[in-house]
Design a protein around this ligand. Sequence first.
Ligand code: NAP
Length: 285
Amino acid sequence: MSLRVAVAGAGGTVGRRLTELLLADGHDVLSLTRSPGRAALRGVRGRLVRADFDARAGLARAVEGADALFVATFDPMDPRHDEHLATAALAAGVRHVVKLSALAVTDPGAQDLVTRWQRECEQLWQTSGMTWTFLRARAFMSNCLAWAGAVRAGGPVATLHGYAPNACVDPADVAAVAARALTVPGHAGRAYALTGPAAVSAREQVAQLSGFLRRPLRHEELTEQQALERWSARYPPPLVRALVESAGRQAAGAKASVTEDVLRVTGREPTAFGTWARRHLTVFR
Ligand SMILES: NC(=O)c1ccc[n+]([C@@H]2O[C@H](COP(=O)([O-])OP(=O)(O)OC[C@H]3O[C@@H](n4cnc5c(N)ncnc54)[C@H](OP(=O)(O)O)[C@@H]3O)[C@@H](O)[C@H]2O)c1
């Protein structure tokens, strides 16, 4: 059966892939974006609908007629985004919400800003009056696209706690789980823990990239002070503190365990980092 699905964050890492999957399955996709013109130029597909999560006004019209809603919000400094979307979706008659969250919410030791925000968002959707599915993802493999400039320039790739393992997940696998949860019954009230098939450290990721690119690449360890300085140039202080705390938990081994939920929901083994890296090699060349 063809459904109408609204995708909040349609131009994002997961939303873009999700939109492609839904369209390929014949669903009608409302792709929410702040700028339909810019999104079209960036190749975002679906019916491009103007929507700004900052403002409640107009959001209900943006998701009108949708059977289900995918939510990727990204600003822990502005927790109203989920609240605005929930109010709008309920008013528009949306029945089911699939919310992209983070696996850290299940770790009682995780008390950083981003994790607390994701927990609050989950609570909000649980009491929203709609059915919900939570996709609690470990770090996206695509985060290492941030290294592309350094890799192309010959390195080194500098990270904090580069020896620490992370069971990172391919965002395409997250999108595949989202597509199932949005369009197939049986996922209401479920929270899925989404990881890759194995934990890898940044050092191992750099070594794999080096092998695929057939040239030497070096990993360089940052001190906590150096990481702080780098992140402070890009993010506000509360977010920088959250990143340092999160990295500390990774160093303590809190992000190493793998789960079966990608396989359970999609019927396919989760993508290994090496497979993801080979698919994205042109970016690093
Ligand atoms: N990265 C990770 O490792 C990781 C791991 C686990 C969970 N997560 C979670 O994943 C979520 C982020 O998902 P993502 O990476 O797919 O998103 P993303 O790539 O950050 O993209 C978000 C999209 O939202 C749109 N947007 C930004 N501000 C907006 C606003 N005010 N109103 C409406 N749209 C706006 C932007 O599109 P337009 O410019 O077209 O408006 C952007 O393309 C976060 O909740 C994060 O905590 C991330």
